[in-house]
Design a protein around this ligand. Structure first.
Ligand code: NAD
Ligand code: UD1
Length: 333
């Protein structure tokens, strides 16, 4: 009996695998390493003392994926595998739709053929779109997405809903992540994107380590507490623990489709992140204020009550922890 983790050598996947192993779960990883390194398997071993079973394959390869199910008794799947860079998705929509949608369709088909009908899916707060609200709650409709990446998340949620309507023996948990940052306290695994990062924390890490000269803060004239953008940042280890709770729910219950926000429920500004990073790490992060970034919303954060009530999950780590752990990882990589 094993849990299949697609995209398990990636940023969130690797942290989740560590939490699963530490709770005594049997894990199998499938990843084609398009955005991660094989070294992560060794880091997971260093952290947990266990060698995790790993298959280097693309989830769109139906035959190979089917073999993984035949060789292992897979009871649940946590599905992280996908491409996630927003600007790249605008430039390469076909690649994004193919990877994220075809990948998910093949996975669901292979799961059904192998009578494995329990899945946790990595969705995003991006599916709420720009609907004028600041606090996002699961009862809100999905909104209009602004880029192909976000659209794939919204479409996959739709596919999962249709699948459940057609066959209510499935157990499906959709997790909508807010902004994951930070790293494992060992400093071995974390977020290390290729090229120049788009997201705030990886960019700060590169500036702090002197690889990039300064951070551009995208606008300080929003109607927010200090004029800069506000988001709900969540420590990746808290996020990983949310997956464990979702798996425990699927293990207990026969079926159902449930959607949960995974966020802290609190908004934090760009300047608050910079200041906290500087003070906990005693390091400067030079920055300049520039124009707003197209497509950015001023402010949003999670209503995290549903996950607390139904999954008995809430964030435990602070912004200080996130900034300290992010730097502890970055300075070694
Ligand atoms: P990541 O890129 O670090 O991890 C994704 C992993 O999937 C990578 O290891 C990559 O090699 C693998 N992969 C991609 N396509 C594959 C394919 N066709 N077959 C096999 N493996 C494949 O990203 P992450 O930050 O860990 O995100 C994990 C999931 O969570 C993604 O689906 C992402 O869209 C979603 N998500 C991430 C964030 C975020 O801020 N990081 C926010 C919301 C949702
Ligand atoms: C972005 C994506 C979202 C995706 C998420 C993954 C967009 C519009 N949205 O969210 O779909 O799910 O990443 O984590 O791309 N900022 C700066 N300077 C920088 C980088 C960011 O000031 O160099 C600001 C942004 O304006 C924003 C905040 O920092 O206010 C967070 O930005 P980012 O980390 O890119 O995440 P999101 O834009 O929230």
């Amino acid at each position: 009996m094993a849990i299949l983790v697609t995209g398990g050598t990636g940023y969130i996947g690797s942290h989740t695998v560590v939490e699963l192993i530490e709770k005594g779960k049997d894990v199998v990883i499938v990843d084609n390493l398009v955005n991660s390194s094989i070294d992560v398997i060794d880091y997971i071993k260093q952290i947990t003392g266990k060698t995790v079973k790993f298959y280097n394959l693309d989830i769109r390869n139906e035959e190979a994926l089917d073999k993984v199910f035949k060789e292992n008794k897979i009871t649940e799947v946590i599905h992280f595998a996908g491409l996630k860079a927003v600007p790249e998705s605008v430039k390469k929509p076909l690649e994004y739709y193919d990877n994220n949608l075809t990948g998910t369709l093949v996975l669901l088909k292979v799961m059904r053929e192998n009578d494995c009908k329990k899945i946790v899916f990595s969705s995003s707060a991006t599916v709420y779109g720009n609907n004028g609200e600041i606090k996002y709650v699961e009862t809100m409709e999905r909104g209009k997405t602004t880029n192909p990446y976000g659209t794939t998340k919204s479409m996959i949620e739709n596919i999962l809903e249709d699948l459940y309507k057609s066959d209510n023996t499935w157990g499906i948990v959709i997790l909508r992540y807010f902004n994951p940052i930070g790293a494992h306290s060992s400093g071995l695994i974390g977020d290390n994107p290729n090229g120049i990062p788009n997201n705030l924390m990886p960019y700060i890490q590169r500036v702090a380590s002197g690889k990039l000269a300064e951070l551009s803060v995208y606008g300080n004239d929003y109607e927010t507490k200090d004029g800069t953008g506000v988001r709900d940042y969540i420590h990746v280890v808290d996020l990983a623990k949310g997956h464990l709770k979702a798996i425990e729910k699927l293990e207990k219950e026969e079926n159902g489709l449930n959607i949960y926000n995974l966020g802290s429920g609190k908004g934090c500004s760009v300047l608050e992140i910079i200041n906290t990073f500087e003070s906990v790490n005693a390091i400067k992060v030079p920055y300049k204020i520039v124009e707003r970034r197209a497509g950015d919303l001023p402010e949003y954060f999670a209503d995290a009550q549903k996950a607390k009530k139904e999954l008995n999950w809430e964030t435990e780590k602070t912004l200080e922890d996130m900034c300290r752990d992010a730097w502890n990882f970055a300075k070694n990589h």
